[in-house]
Design a protein around this ligand. Sequence first.
Ligand code: TXA
Ligand code: MG
Length: 339
Amino acid sequence: MNAEIAAAVALLQAGELVAFPTETVYGLGADAANPEAVARIFAAKERPADHPLIVHLGDVEHLGRWARDIPPAAQQLAAAFWPGPLTMILPRATAVPLAVTGGQDTVGIRIPSHPLALELLRAFAARGGGGHGMGGIAAPSANRFGRISPTTAAHVRDELGPAVALVLDGGPCTVGIESTIVDLSRPDRPPRLLRPGHITPAQIAAVIGAEPELPSGGSRPNDVPRVSGSLDGHYAPRTAMRLVPLAQLAALSADLRARGVRCGVLVRGELAVPAAATLRRLPDTPDGFAHGLYTALRELDLSGGDLILAAAVPGDEPAWAAVADRLRRSAHGAGCQST
Ligand code: TXA
Ligand code: MG
């Protein structure tokens, strides 16, 4: 075992926090079977205690320690997408502390594919976890509650500083936005999509024969469990932010500049935006845009402008749905309506 992984495992066993890379975003990890360690996550993030955490595992063989009544669809999805950017919500096994699940009777589980995450998870489990023999690492995105998720080790240090005992650096996250979340916990009810992500409903349908139910738009139904990513305002910069149709971006930026407003602009593709105070350009593809999105938002946020103008994406196209979801919540969380 490499020395840094060994140090990370020892810290987790001692109930400390270790941030680690995943293919989606960086996670803020703690021994999921240790309620005191889990409480440190909530304190560091300033996250409300009733928001559940995702438990990360290194091996699908350990799923039964954390979940019960695992339906065949969950087994099929695990075989198809794990390790990878998919989280499944399943009925909670009795040994899972309520601190992890936000008091709910379900638990979110995922096996990430980043090699460093897998190495950490497997080493932690091989050492018996934190002494409870469970070997899971609870990890939300390593940002303060409601803020932009980190996609590099430096983002985590900037965001959380000394609250984290160790930040494992695995380079920039390849996917760049959080995992797809599918709820498979409801007996006799179809799977339901709680958070869109890199793995699309069509990919899920190709494995289990039907697309998951989509969350109904607007206000959330009463039976949807608490998902902080489902809050209208999330993933937010501190600077005000507005979503603008691509075709209007250059003119609006010029108009605002003429009125003395300094705009940071997030554009996609080749469009020229001459009047931007700060410009970040992302590829005009869903994967490329997702990969660069949070770094670009962070940089625009730090650039000291008055307003971030972000090019809207074609959210009614399934491939763009996850990016559209993050952009909409970022703009909402930053206190500006999308247009
Ligand atoms: O890609 C990801 O999923 C990243 C990396 C680090 O794995 N993690 C992540 O965690 O995004 P977090 O805590 O920032 O977002 C997880 C979401 C939250 O909105 C939480 O409410 C939801 O998953 N969640 C966790 N357990 C749940 C449960 N039992 N029922 C419903 N939602 C749950
Ligand atoms: Mg998060």
